[in-house]
Design a protein around this ligand. Structure first.
Ligand SMILES: [Zn+2]
Length: 239
């Protein structure tokens, strides 16, 4: 009798586990800030936050990345996408680029309740699905701001929460290209995820990326990868 009850309980637990959405073992959802520390790669990531002034598109930077086929990951906000349809099409068509999302209107997520956060996060995901038949699974919160609700909502939606471990600081107008490079160079190591902007806010971004990809990263034995490539990277870095 007791064995029967135990078996019944166990089966119940197992079937519940099998139908539950993914939950990390420690109960805390994973916020990804870097890739495997043995991988000889770094992820160059570019946020496409909406802008009030200017084109919102760093043409020289994008031309450079495309010309040299440099793997890069873009986090697009919904508001940015609606103003840049041809650019969205172009980026989605390039196999060495990866596209994730960055909220609908660039809201401060922790100031909102779960329903509002869900709407902000889901906006550009749906736009990409419905208008571009593209499944975007990577998400980065606007301003990098989040709370427990954000993490739960992102998990529930089946998205991957991508932060960074190196902030280039590229939108800061007081930083020179040299200063940005010095900071990034000192911290870049196997598995790093570096955040930049491709919406024209970073006046030095193109120059920084050019120096990084043509000189600094190769000398450190690091190659650019998309975030998904970095997260599934199994090769080993050589020192
Ligand atoms: Zn942003």
């Amino acid at each position: 009798m007791r064995r029967h009850v135990l078996r019944h309980l166990l089966l119940g637990i197992l079937s519940a586990v099998a139908t539950e959405p993914f939950l990390p073992v420690d109960g805390v959802a994973q916020v990804i800030k870097s890739g495997p520390p043995m991988c000889p790669g770094v992820a160059l990531t570019f946020d496409l936050c909406p802008v009030r002034k200017g084109t919102g598109y760093d043409q020289p930077l994008m031309d450079y990345l495309i010309k040299h086929r440099i793997p890069a990951t873009f986090f697009m906000s919904g508001k940015w996408m609606t103003k840049h349809e041809p650019e969205v099409d172009r980026l989605l068509g390039l196999g060495f680029f990866e596209v994730g999302t960055h909220g609908e209107v660039h809201a401060h997520l922790p100031m909102h309740d779960a329903d509002e956060q869900r709407a902000e996060i889901l906006g550009p995901v749906k736009l990409l699905q419905e208008h571009y038949t593209h499944e975007a699974t990577l998400f980065r919160p606007p301003y990098g701001e989040y709370n427990d609700v954000t993490v739960a909502v992102v998990n529930m939606l089946g998205l991957r929460f991508i932060q960074w471990n190196i902030e280039s600081g590229d939108p800061d107008p007081t930083l020179s290209a040299e200063q940005i490079l010095t900071g990034v160079t000192a911290r870049a190591k196997p598995g790093s995820i570096i955040v930049f902007h491709a919406n024209g806010k970073g006046k030095q971004t193109r120059q920084v990326i050019e120096r990084l990809t043509s000189d600094i990263l190769p000398r450190k034995g690091l190659q650019p990868m998309t975030v998904s490539e970095l997260l599934t990277c199994t090769s080993q870095a050589h020192d």
